[in-house]
Design a protein around this ligand. Structure first.
Ligand SMILES: NC(=O)c1ccc[n+]([C@@H]2O[C@H](COP(=O)([O-])OP(=O)(O)OC[C@H]3O[C@@H](n4cnc5c(N)ncnc54)[C@H](OP(=O)(O)O)[C@@H]3O)[C@@H](O)[C@H]2O)c1
Length: 333
């Protein structure tokens, strides 16, 4: 039987928590490449928190997904039919084909990746967008100096796990904040952070004070809400906050800002939001460093893998609720 292109489209714009019924599974013919086009069988799909924002109809740094459109997302796949001389069958490519089993395009946006140099899935995680986010946020905005204390929230996740390990490479004290004992054990034992605070244990302020005896010089912000509120109380003068994400707010109907803004003023704190795509010109140099650190065993990573495109919605919701350790992926083939 001929293969099918199973897609996941946006069925409804969620209000509050996203639900599986906000997505629709659609069964289509596998498209045929026209002149100059390339057909890619997607092998891996990346699930990322930003996708929740794309489900809303609001102005942002990127366009929303329209109702009925395939959900957006980065993919790694294999060229299976090519009318483009730059790409041949069997080439592995990083693309942005979204939540579907096949992708068709003129190939201009595709980037070849080497499955022998690293597992293909790594190009969606530590050696891809999340790893680069950690690198640019920490190194460019955080500007870590040896001996400083770096705190990162969502520390067991795709971005946070890399942030803490780079902090260690740079000679800093790395403190993670993550949900649950098991995640914290992973962050300290497997990833080599100096400490990890389980924010679900109910002693955030006390645990944070114990883990940061010299205060906090860099807070890599992935979460917002109560965690930002607690961290703000421990910031040192001239601390830096790379504002990477605010995942606690993505499904919230009432937004939680920072009540203690005055602490940023009196401590002369630099807070800077950033989007990793702003750094595209410098990505190759940062990636080369990440590749070197992974090869040397200085950066380790985990993946949480869902199987089959039909399971992308539940895996996505699970990731937003913290079911993942490390990078959340969907294995498509
Ligand atoms: N600025 C950029 O260019 C850029 C690029 C990539 C990612 N990001 C942002 O970086 C952050 C991490 O992304 P990621 O891809 O690495 O995801 P991830 O950390 O692998 O997965 C999301 C994690 O967020 C945590 N979380 C969810 N709700 C939370 C809450 N209310 N309070 C505390 N933690 C919560 C969960 O971990 P726990 O079990 O620990 O709660 C969950 O595992 C997100 O905010 C994302 O939007 C920004």
């Amino acid at each position: 039987m001929a293969d099918r292109n199973i897609q996941v489209t946006l069925a409804n714009r969620p209000s509050g928590w996203v639900k599986e019924s906000d997505f629709k599974i659609v069964d289509r013919d596998v498209p045929k490449p026209g002149a100059g086009q390339v057909l890619v069988r997607n092998l891996w799909l990346s699930l990322d928190p930003y996708m929740r924002g794309r489900m809303n109809d609001v102005k942002s740094y990127a366009a929303s997904v329209q109702i009925g459109d395939v959900m957006v997302g980065a993919t790694v796949g294999e060229v299976v039919e090519s009318n483009n001389p730059a790409l041949k069958n069997g080439d592995h490519v990083l693309g942005y084909y979204g939540w579907q089993r096949y992708g068709l395009s003129d190939g201009r946006e595709l980037q070849k990746v080497d499955g022998k140099a690293a597992p293909l899935s790594a190009y969606l995680g530590t050696l891809g967008m999340p790893g680069l986010t950690a690198w640019f946020g920490l190194i460019d905005i955080g500007a870590p100096k040896p001996g400083e204390t770096v705190v990162v929230s969502a520390a067991a996740g795709a971005v946070g796990s890399v942030v803490g390990q780079i902090a260690k490479i740079k000679g800093c004290r790395a403190v993670g904040i993550a949900g649950g004992k098991d995640k914290c054990a992973h962050v300290v034992t497997d990833l080599g952070f100096d400490a990890c605070i389980d924010y679900k244990a109910g002693n955030l302020m006390k645990d944070l004070a114990e883990a940061t005896p010299k205060g906090i010089d860099i807070y890599f912000e992935n979460v917002g809400g109560d965690i930002l509120e607690a961290v703000a109380l421990r910031l040192n003068p001239f601390a830096r906050i790379p504002l990477c994400g605010l995942i606690s707010q993505y499904n919230a109907t009432q937004l939680h800002g920072l009540n203690n803004l005055v602490l940023l003023l009196i401590n002369r704190v630099k807070l800077q939001g950033f989007i990793v795509s702003d750094y595209v010109d410098r990505a190759p140099a940062a990636l080369a460093e990440l590749v070197k650190w992974v090869a040397a065993g200085k950066i380790k990573y985990r993946e949480t893998i869902a199987n089959g495109i039909e399971n992308a919605p539940s895996a996505f919701i699970g990731m937003l609720k913290g079911a993942n350790v490390g990078k959340q992926l969907v294995k498509l083939a």
